[in-house]
Design a protein around this ligand. Structure first.
Ligand SMILES: [Zn+2]
Length: 452
């Protein structure tokens, strides 16, 4: 079900799609050298996504360590991202300002359940995985294999629940241990220890966005997002520098000379995802009522165009498969590596979200160069959550968030090893491939055109 494209051998530099048969070209005679078709502007734009540029943007983000919310390294990263967006020509940058913790930056339903403002934000750590087991991820001592393999526990039994939480065998196979590293000393690199030393403190937060204003329907927009804050005392390169760089690269390409879109497209780099999606909640709570309102009246300007869809990117590069039964991990990418597009089957906008997911899957089938895309129904634990009952919302990821990421498929998740140096070009290319999906998917839906 996941293999719809040839996986082309990895080249150091991304091939721009020359070896991929396009739907328009394949309608001609077999063996025809070049069908006489009008140049496809979307293919041309996708061709501007370059592996080396994606990696350079990731390295730019890595200079701010794990960018944990509520620290100077986080604020410096917001400034850097804003300067980058301006340099791409996405010059109308704005910031959302909110307090953390606060009801404004929380799920209104949760605030109501907890009995009002006093408790808001208190439970935020749950979104980040909850576990505070320092240095726990994927570090197992060799030579400790049991003499007889343990029998799997009965699903739902106390033992099953314990193993589901602590690592072990479930009906989903072997689970790796997951958790958040908060121990600075577990970072081997001295410079990174220094960089990540400041602890988080409550207070004002900011997050930045910029907007490509639509030519024919500026009052409507798609929102493309990723979270720029991280955890783990490393460089938070995969979670979620990989999504942040993806959004920034698409913003850059959409602002190349001659590129226009019918509807508006907003590029936003969320803050406070790891503390409970608080930046995204602040955005929704502050702006949901402003949608589609022209301001000032008669100006043709729409501070908050009507939301057509929200596309989130969170952990884009690591698809090495499930932990082995002995607890060790595959050092290489698995042959089935893919881009996981998820919608939430329990959301109010399930039908619209499912359609959006399959529109992106179709774009992936037409435009990606190295990896296929798969659609799944369990979008969860990321910044598209606050949108899912208000508009079509999907997330793109390296794995299924609920079953695979949750089962410990990524040993670097929230760990000091989430570093630029940890990842190979195959991993980076999976992230770039996801950028191809979103660039082509949103270009189709937003009516993007490129004039030379
Ligand atoms: Zn994340």
């Amino acid at each position: 079900m996941k293999h719809t494209l040839l996986t082309v051998a990895i080249a150091g530099v991304l091939a721009t799609g020359a070896s991929v048969t396009t739907p328009s070209a394949s309608s001609g005679q077999a063996g025809a050298v070049q069908a006489q078709v009008a140049p496809d502007p979307i293919r041309e734009l996708v061709g501007h996504l370059e592996l080396e540029r994606y990696k350079a943007t990731l390295q730019g983000l890595a200079q701010f360590g794990d960018r944990q919310q509520g620290t100077k390294r986080n604020r410096d990263a917001v400034d850097w991202i804003e300067a980058q967006l301006k340099s791409y020509g996405c010059a109308n940058t704005e910031r959302i300002t909110y307090m953390y913790p606060s009801p404004e930056a929380s799920d209104p339903a949760a605030v109501a359940r907890q009995g009002g403002a006093g408790r808001a934000g208190a439970g935020g750590a749950a979104e980040a995985g909850g576990g505070q087991r320092a240095g726990g991820g994927g570090q197992r001592v060799a030579g400790a294999a049991p003499a007889t393999p343990p029998s799997p526990p009965v699903p739902g039994s106390p033992e099953w629940v314990r193993r589901s939480r602590e690592g072990g065998s479930t009906q989903y196979g072997f689970r790796g241990r997951t958790g958040v590293n908060n121990n600075l000393e577990s970072q081997a690199n001295e410079k990174l220890r220094e960089l990540n030393a400041e602890p988080t403190s409550p207070g004002e937060r900011q997050q930045v966005f910029c907007t490509k204003v639509g030519v024919t329907r500026p009052q409507e927009m798609y929102i493309i997002g990723a979270h720029m804050d991280g955890l783990g005392k490393g460089e938070a390169v995969n979670d979620d520098g990989s999504g942040t760089a993806l959004v920034m690269e698409i913003a850059r390409i959409m602002h190349m000379p001659g590129v226009t879109s019918d509807v508006s497209i907003r590029f936003i780099l969320w803050n406070n995802e790891e503390s409970g999606l608080n930046g995204a909640w602040a955005y929704v709570n502050q702006r949901v009522e402003l949608q589609g309102i022209e301001s000032p009246r008669g100006s043709g300007r729409y501070p908050e165009p009507k939301w057509l869809g929200m596309i989130q990117h969170d952990m884009m590069m690591w698809d090495h498969g499930m932990p082995r039964a002995d607890g060790t991990l595959n050092p290489d990418q698995r042959p089935e590596a893919d881009v996981n597009i998820e919608f939430q089957s329990a959301s109010r906008f399930v039908d619209q979200s499912m359609k959006l997911a399959f529109a992106f899957k179709a774009a992936a089938d037409a435009y990606t160069t190295h990896y296929p895309a798969a659609v799944g129904p369990h979008m969860t634990n990321t910044d598209s959550r606050p949108f899912q009952d208000r508009v079509a919302a999907i997330s793109l990821r390296e794995n299924e968030r609920g079953m695979q990421t949750g089962a410990g498929w990524n040993p670097h998740w929230h760990q000091p090893t989430d570093l630029f140096a940890t990842f190979s070009d195959r991993d980076f290319l999976l992230g770039l491939n996801a950028a191809q999906v979103t660039l082509s998917g949103v270009a189709r839906l937003a009516g993007v055109k490129a004039v030379k």
